[in-house]
Design a protein. Structure first.
Length: 108
């Protein structure tokens, strides 16, 4: 294909670019992968992801919640308890994550 026939990639026309912008944070896939096993509390997530700091986990969780990838449920306890789980939209990412995992094992 010649360069002249290549389509310009824009935010509105490229589903891959849109997906990466939606779930492309450094820690996003790790968070989703852990939540595929069920609900987790904040500290469980934090302990499960080596190298992530509290501030970054909070930022990623807020972004995922805003994009309707995860649910956040807060309980009125002392201290406050918060659980995170995947939405149906988030669960749809499981085949993609499994393919990335397979590719990673094969090529890294």
């Amino acid at each position: 294909m010649s360069i002249n026939k290549l389509k310009k990639i824009t935010n509105t026309t490229c589903p891959i670019r849109n997906t990466i912008e939606l779930i492309g944070g450094k820690w996003t896939f790790s968070i989703i992968y852990i939540l595929l096993n069920g609900k987790k509390r904040f500290k469980e997530l934090e302990r499960s992801i080596e190298g992530i700091n509290t501030r970054m986990l909070v930022k990623e969780l807020k972004m995922l919640e805003a994009n309707k990838i995860i649910n956040r449920k807060a309980y009125a306890t002392v201290p406050p308890t918060v659980e995170y789980s995947l939405t149906e939209k988030g669960k749809e990412l499981e085949p993609l994550l499994n393919q990335i995992k397979i590719w990673g094992k094969k090529n890294i």
